[in-house]
Design a binder for this molecule. Structure first.
Ligand SMILES: C[S@@+](CC[C@H](N)C(=O)[O-])C[C@H]1O[C@@H](n2cnc3c(N)ncnc32)[C@H](O)[C@@H]1O
Length: 369
């Protein structure tokens, strides 16, 4: 290293130490993110190209190890034990070689990622054979190529209850440390003020097993508030615990929206699963149910910055591309999409330090002739 490079390292070290100190004092999520970014910059500066290549080379092996550990039932066993489990105990379930189990036992990871493994492996091959087209068809993409199926990933989940449970559990866990939107979105001003008491307040369209509405109810427990959860039959039937006040509706969002004139239709991590053309079908069914001047559309997803997109939104963009296939969108892309179905984006709400937020839209005024 040159003297200049060492100088650069020491200024990165000073920044990292200072931001860790700031985190220690403020304990805020933003300060933690800043500290992480500064520490990562320092690590990157220390890395040689060979280190970066090695990381890339090694990461598929980590995923393979996580999958094998899951197949061996290691995560389930570890989550059920209250004391240290021995390799003999972990190996017993599959009568596996104790030494082999020892090699895998230290890997941990969220179950749903395991279902990505075959797709990630096969995506480069799929893209090559498709002539590097941007995937957009829910029945013809990397997922179908890897799993040798002609149905969508949602059809596949419905037929694979274990994978469906892994997926729904993953969704319930949240993919980041963000607060539930009801804590930072102006719910009182934008939703509750002006809401008509006996009409549906909030319809969570494709809300999984209802964790988001449960979070909303926890934050706003009082008052007559009709909350409606919609999702595919397989998901609604997979609900084990949910407040009985939350109405459950089996609904396919490619069909007309059955709940009319709600105060808000909320879609979290839905639009990013679909191409613009498919989003337009879903949105047109929603706008047909909305009441002008009263109903709002709330989309919670990434609002990708035009420049310097962060690692979370770029990684999620890859994940939705191979799984659904979907896409993460910039502010302009959201605006254009909404406009194309007669909606106008009123606000882009972003909690401090995050690129994931809520796009609030309403039906456009039709100009008088
Ligand atoms: C990425 S998950 C998001 C779940 C939840 N909104 C969240 O953020 O945790 C996508 C959801 O869309 C649902 N879904 C997929 N296709 C659907 C369809 N045609 N109609 C209704 N829901 C659908 C899935 O069952 C799944 O619950």
């Amino acid at each position: 290293m040159t003297i200049e490079e060492f100088g650069h390292l020491s200024s990165l070290t000073t920044n990292a130490v200072a931001s860790i100190g700031a985190y220690q004092t403020s304990k805020t999520e933003q300060a933690r993110q800043d500290a992480l970014e500064n520490a990562t910059r320092l690590v990157r500066a220390l890395e040689k190209p060979a280190d970066a290549i090695y990381k890339l080379f090694a990461s598929p092996a980590v995923l393979m190890a996580v999958k094998t550990a899951s197949d061996l039932g290691i995560f389930t066993q570890l989550s059920q034990t209250t004391s240290l489990a021995t390799c003999e105990e972990l190996a017993a379930q599959k009568n596996a070689d104790i030494q082999l189990v020892g090699r895998f036992a230290s890997e941990r990871g969220p179950g749903h990622f395991l279902d990505f493994l075959p797709i990630i492996h096969k995506t480069p091959e799929y893209l090559q054979t498709s002539g590097y087209r941007n995937p957009g068809d829910p029945k013809d993409g990397p997922f179908q190529h890897a799993y040798q199926t002609t149905g969508s990933c949602w059809d596949w989940l419905a037929k694979n209850p274990d994978a469906l449970d892994r997926f729904n559990t993953f969704m319930e866990g949240g993919r980041d440390e963000l607060l539930h939107w009801a804590h930072w979105f102006p719910v009182q001003e934008q939703l509750l003020d002006g809401a008509v008491a006996d009409r549906p307040l909030l319809v969570d369209v494709a809300g999984g097993r209802g964790h988001d509405l449960a979070g909303f109810k926890e934050r706003f427990p009082s008052g007559p508030r009709r909350l409606v959860l919609e999702d595919l039959p397989s998901v609604i039937e997979d609900i084990q615990h949910l407040d009985s006040d939350i109405q459950r509706v089996k609904h396919d969002f490619f069909k007309p929206q059955p709940v009319k004139g709600a105060r808000a239709y909320y879609f979290k991590h839905i639009m990013h699963d679909w191409s613009d053309d498919n989003c337009r079908i879903i949105l047109k069914h929603t706008t047909a149910a909305m009441e002008k001047g009263y109903s709002k559309l709330l989309i919670e997803d990434y609002i990708v910055p035009d420049q310097n997109a962060g690692p979370k939104e770029t990684a999620t963009d890859m994940i939705v591309m191979v799984w659904c296939p979907g896409i993460e969108r910039t502010r302009q892309r959201w605006t254009d999409l909404l406009q194309s179905v007669g909606l106008v984006a009123k606000n882009f709400w972003l909690p401090h330090g995050s690129n994931k937020g809520i796009i609030e839209a309403e039906l456009q005024e039709i100009p008088r002739a």
